[in-house]
Design a protein around this ligand. Structure first.
Ligand SMILES: Nc1ncnc2c1ncn2[C@@H]1O[C@H](COP(=O)(O)OP(=O)(O)OP(=O)(O)O)[C@@H](O)[C@H]1O
Ligand SMILES: [Mg+2]
Length: 255
C-alpha cells in the first residue's frame, strides 16, 4: 500500500476501507466506532488490563464527555482513539476506515490532519509566538488546502478565541487560560473531524476552566468538529451532549 517514489516522496492509498461487512457501520454519520477494544500494559509488576472490551459509537458533530476514577484508563482510551496506542484486540474505525489497517505513515497523517489533540499541559513551543505555535501542524504533511489558507485561518481562530491581540506574544507572556486557548487553535488548525481533549481544564482556575469549556462547545458547533473530552470536572462533563463513564475497563452511561 505504501509506495516509496524515486523522488523520496511517500504515497499511500488515502482510504483503506473496512472490508468486513459484518462491522455494519450504521449510517455514514457515524464518525467513530469502537467495538470490543481491549488493551493491557505489561509492566514489571505484571500485566494490567486497562480496557476490557470498550464499545462506543460517536456521530459526527457530537460532543461527548468521558469521566471515571483516576487510573481507570481514560487517557489510555483517548490514546487508542487518537492512534497513539494500538489496541490488543477489537476495532477502532474513523469515518468507516479501520485504523488497524493503516501503516505508521498513514497513521501519522490521520493524527495530523483528521484529529486534533488538547492535553492538560499545553505543550506550546516557548521560543515561538502564538501564531507560529498554531501553525506548526500545517508545516509538514498538512492538508494542502488548509496549508494555503492556514495563516488566515489561524488569525481568524485566534481572534475567535479572544487572542487577536496576542498573536506575536510568546507562551511565557500569556496567562494559563490564554495558553490553553492557543492549544485549542493549534488543535483545530488543520480542520480535524475529531477533537480529543484530555483534562483540558485541569491546570486552569475555575473561571478560566468554565470559559474554556464554553469555548470548546461553541467551536464544536461552529466548526462542526466532533468533541470528546476526558475530565474529572463534572460541571464540564455535563455541558457535553453525552456523558459516559469508564469503570473496570468498560464504558457505561454515566448516572
Ligand atoms: N505505559 C504504561 N505501562 C504500564 N501501565 C500503565 C502505562 N500507562 C498507564 N498505565 C496504567 O494503566 C492504568 C490507566 O492509566 P490511564 O493513564 O489511562 O488512567 P486515567 O483514567 O487517565 O487516570 P487519571 O484520571 O489519573 O489521568 C493505570 O493503572 C496506569 O497505572
Ligand atoms: Mg489521564
Amino acid at each position: 500500500m505504501e509506495l516509496q517514489r524515486s523522488d523520496g516522496e511517500v504515497n499511500f492509498e488515502p482510504n483503506v476501507k473496512i472490508k468486513n461487512t459484518d462491522l455494519n457501520m450504521a449510517a455514514p454519520e457515524t464518525l467513530l466506532k469502537l467495538s470490543d477494544v481491549t488493551l493491557r500494559y505489561d509492566s514489571g509488576a505484571g500485566p494490567v488490563e486497562v480496557l476490557k472490551g470498550v464499545s462506543l459509537e460517536v456521530k459526527g458533530g457530537e460532543s461527548l464527555a468521558i469521566i471515571g476514577p483516576s487510573g481507570s484508563g481514560k487517557s489510555t482510551l483517548l490514546n487508542v482513539i487518537g492512534t497513539l496506542d494500538r489496541p490488543a484486540s477489537g476495532l477502532v474505525a474513523l469515518a468507516g476506515e479501520d485504523l488497524s489497517q493503516l501503516n505508521d505513515v498513514q497513521l501519522a497523517s490521520v493524527r495530523n490532519n483528521r484529529i486534533g489533540f488538547i492535553f492538560q499541559a499545553h505543550y506550546l513551543l516557548p521560543q515561538c509566538t502564538v501564531l507560529e505555535n498554531v501553525l506548526v501542524p500545517t508545516l509538514p504533511g498538512g492538508k494542502s488546502d488548509s496549508r494555503e489558507k492556514a495563516p488566515e485561518r489561524a488569525q481568524r481562530l485566534l481572534k475567535r478565541v479572544g487572542l487577536g491581540d496576542r498573536t506575536h506574544h510568546r507562551p511565557g507572556q500569556l496567562s494559563g487560560g490564554e495558553r490553553q486557548r492557543t492549544a485549542v487553535v493549534r488543535a483545530l488548525i488543520n480542520q480535524p473531524q475529531l477533537l480529543l481533549a484530555d483534562e483540558p481544564t485541569g491546570s486552569l482556575d475555575r473561571a478560566s476552566a468554565q470559559e474554556l469549556a464554553t469555548l470548546l462547545l461553541e467551536l464544536n458547533r461552529e466548526e462542526g468538529v466532533t468533541l470528546i473530552v476526558v475530565t474529572h470536572a463534572l460541571d464540564l462533563a455535563h455541558k457535553m451532549g453525552r456523558v459516559l463513564e469508564l469503570n473496570d475497563g468498560r464504558l457505561t452511561q454515566a448516572t
